[in-house]
Design a protein around this ligand. Structure first.
Ligand code: CDP
Ligand code: CDP
Length: 219
């Protein structure tokens, strides 16, 4: 059997990586894994257990217990859960506990009914650098801090969260800094990744830029 074709998509919070990744997965008929949801699920488990986010043993146990079934919980998309995700994501044991699950999806991508597919789009912070360093296509999606904060603020308001723009901007800035500076698997653009700045691009524009880069790289 041929090696699965992998598109690795990394980038900071609310840059548009999920929107692009989903669209690429649909276009190519590939599976899609949003790895941010895994870290969000760990953070949410720790919060719901009433544990401190710095409690490494609690976070590692939570990471070991995460299942695919809980990734549909709407609470995973909340602002507090995003901040909790970043806090637990810097714990090496948490990343290690989620590693096999991600590698398995990359090696045997499936659709949401578990049927095998020829490739996968995986998005996160360390996909091109750590999870799939051999991916034939790596994208790094970015946008200005203000653009990203505006987008996320709109989403959180639509979810019914009462939060002001300045607070969203502050949360995203702190989370980016934490994700960039941690010692294990920091957020980074792989040297061979193609950067797409979506500051002035809508979803169609980002998709077109990605397709132009992908060209024949998946053949
Ligand atoms: O959607 P957004 O970009 O705001 O966040 P996310 O992709 O859902 O990720 C939430 C948090 O999980 C990030 O701030 C990272 O701390 C962490 N994460 C990570 O460390 N590694 C990944 N591959 C994906 C997410
Ligand atoms: O996955 P990530 O957190 O990087 O971002 P996303 O969920 O794909 O996008 C965050 C928000 O920005 C969503 O509401 C998208 O509709 C919007 N977006 C946009 O306005 N322009 C883009 N080029 C991509 C996304």
């Amino acid at each position: 059997t041929p090696r699965p074709r992998i598109i690795a998509v990394d980038g900071p919070a609310a840059s548009g990586k999920g929107t692009l990744a989903r669209r690429l997965a649909r276009h190519f008929g590939f599976g899609y894994l949003d790895t941010g949801l895994l870290y969000r699920a760990v953070g949410l488990r720790v919060l719901r257990a009433g544990k401190d986010l710095g409690d490494e043993a609690a976070a590692i146990a939570a990471a070991g217990a995460v299942t695919a079934a809980e990734l549909a919980d709407p609470e995973l998309r909340s602002g507090p859960t995003g901040n909790a995700a970043s806090a637990v994501a810097k714990i090496p044991g948490v990343r290690q506990a989620l590693f096999d699950l991600q590698r398995r999806f990359a090696a045997h991508p499936t659709d949401d009914r578990g049927r095998p597919l020829l490739g996968a789009v995986i998005d996160g912070r360390d996909i091109g650098t750590v999870i799939c360093p051999d991916a034939p296509v790596k994208l790094f999606v970015n946008a200005s801090l203000e653009t990203r904060a505006k987008r996320r603020h709109k989403e959180l308001l639509e979810r019914g969260e009462a939060i002001i723009y300045a607070r969203v901007l502050e949360d995203i800035e702190r989370r980016d800094e934490q994700d960039r500076s941690r010692s294990v698997a920091p957020m980074a653009k792989a040297p061979d990744a193609f950067e797409i700045d979506t500051t002035g691009l809508d979803a169609d524009g980002a998709f077109a830029a990605a397709l132009a880069f992908i060209g024949s790289r998946l053949d």
